[in-house]
Design a protein around this ligand. Structure first.
Ligand code: TXA
Ligand code: MG
Length: 321
C-alpha cells in the first residue's frame, strides 16, 4: 500500500477502476468512480458491508448537485449553499446519472461536497463523482488518519491519498426531506442541529437519535463504530469504577485526568476542553484505547447539545450498553 499526497497518482488508480482511500474533513473514505460497478462491488466486499446499505456520492461543487438530483426542496438548496463544501449530506431524488447500485435501488441518493483541499482537487480532476463510505470494516471505528486506513486495509488497498488528520473527526450530518420538503435529520454528525436550525429553522431529528442519554430501544441502534474491547459510557466515573472488579481499565477523559488504581491507561480528548478538538480526537483515542490490551474502556457522556449530541450518538453506538 502506498501513502502519498499525490492527487495525480490517486486519479490514476481511480481511472483504472480501482478503490483507494481519500481524506475528507470528517473521516477517510473508501472511494471509487460511481460508474465502475466492479469497483463499487469491491467497496462492499472490502468493508464487508451489506449491499442493501447505500453509498454517499461525493461531488466537487454545489453546482454539480443539479445534474445528479431533482425536485430539490428550497431548504435543501439553502443548506447546500450555506454548508458546502462541508460535513453535510443531503438525501434527494436521484436523476438517471446515478446508477441504482450506488443507492441500493433507492430512488434517492445521498450526496455531499467534502471540504478537504486534496479531495476537492481530486474531484475537480475527475470526469465522474466518487462514491465513498467511511474507510473501516463495517461496524468498526472510522478512520481519521491515513495510518488508521493502513492498519485496517494494508494488504487490500493500493493507495491512500494522505491528507493528514481529519479536521472534524465525525461523519457528516445526513438530512433527508419529507413530501412537503421539510427536513429530517437521519444521522447526527459534524454539522450540529443548532448550526442547521440557524439557517432553515426547526428540524426534526429522526426518532431515537436525539435522546442520547435514554436507554437504547432494541434494534434502534445497531452496533456501529465499535472498538473490540468492551466500551462503557457512564454518567459517573467514580461509581462505575467502584462497581467493577477488573483493574485493567483504559479511561478516556474529556479534559482532565483522574486518579484511581484500577485505571491502567488514561487518554484525554482535549487538554483545553475544546469541544471541536474532543470530537476530532474521538475515533483516534478510541482506536488507541482499543490497542492497549486492557479489559475495558470507559468514558463519560457529554452534555447533550451542539457537538456533544453528535459525540453522544457515536458513544452510544460504540458502547456495550
Ligand atoms: O462523513 C461522511 O459522511 C463519510 C465521508 C467519507 O464522506 N462517509 C460516510 O459514509 O460516513 P458511510 O457509508 O459510512 O455512511 C453513510 C450513511 C449510511 O448510514 C447509509 O445508510 C446512509 O448514509 N445513506 C447512504 N445513501 C443513502 C440513501 N440514499 N438514503 C438514506 N441513507 C443513505
Ligand atoms: Mg461508516
Amino acid at each position: 500500500m502506498e501513502l502519498s499526497s499525490s492527487v495525480i497518482r490517486a486519479k490514476k488508480w481511480l481511472d483504472k477502476n480501482e478503490v483507494i482511500a481519500i481524506p475528507t474533513e470528517t473521516v477517510y473514505g473508501l472511494a471509487a468512480s460511481i460508474y465502475s460497478k466492479k469497483a463499487i462491488d469491491s467497496i462492499y466486499s472490502i468493508k464487508n458491508r451489506p449491499t442493501t446499505n447505500p453509498l454517499i456520492v461525493h461531488i466537487k461543487s454545489e453546482k454539480e448537485l443539479y445534474k445528479y438530483v431533482q425536485n430539490i426542496p428550497v431548504k435543501a438548496k439553502l443548506l447546500a449553499k450555506t454548508f458546502w463544501p462541508g460535513p453535510l449530506t443531503l438525501v434527494l431524488p436521484r436523476t438517471d446519472l446515478i446508477p441504482d447500485y450506488i443507492t441500493a435501488n433507492s430512488e434517492s441518493v445521498a450526496i455531499r461536497v467534502p471540504n478537504h483541499p486534496l479531495t476537492l482537487e481530486l474531484l475537480s480532476s475527475l470526469d465522474y463523482p466518487l462514491a465513498a463510505p467511511s474507510a473501516n470494516p463495517s461496524n468498526h471505528v472510522s478512520s481519521t488518519t491515513a495510518q488508521h486506513v493502513e492498519n485496517y486495509f494494508n494488504t487490500i488497498l493500493p493507495y491512500v491519498l494522505d491528507g493528514g488528520d481529519c479536521s472534524k473527526g465525525l461523519e457528516s450530518t445526513i438530512i433527508g426531506f419529507d413530501k412537503n420538503g421539510e427536513p429530517i435529520v437521519f444521522r447526527l454528525g459534524a454539522l450540529t442541529i443548532e448550526q442547521i436550525e440557524l439557517v432553515i429553522g426547526e428540524v426534526q431529528v429522526r426518532k431515537n437519535l436525539k435522546e442520547a442519554e435514554t436507554p437504547i430501544a432494541p434494534g434502534m441502534f445497531s452496533k456501529h463504530y465499535a472498538p473490540k474491547t468492551p466500551f462503557f459510557v457512564v454518567d459517573n466515573i467514580d461509581s462505575f469504577l467502584e462497581s467493577v472488579t477488573t483493574d485493567s481499565i483504559v479511561y478516556i477523559g474529556h479534559q482532565s485526568r483522574i486518579s484511581n488504581s484500577k485505571i491502567k491507561h488514561q487518554l484525554l480528548l482535549s487538554e483545553t476542553g475544546n469541544i471541536e478538538e474532543m470530537a476530532s480526537n474521538l475515533y483516534k483515542k478510541l482506536l488507541e484505547a482499543d490497542s492497549v490490551g486492557c479489559d475495558i474502556i470507559v468514558t463519560t457522556w457529554f452534555e447533550n447539545k451542539n457537538l456533544g449530541m453528535s459525540i453522544n450518538d457515536r458513544l452510544k453506538r460504540a458502547s456495550v450498553k
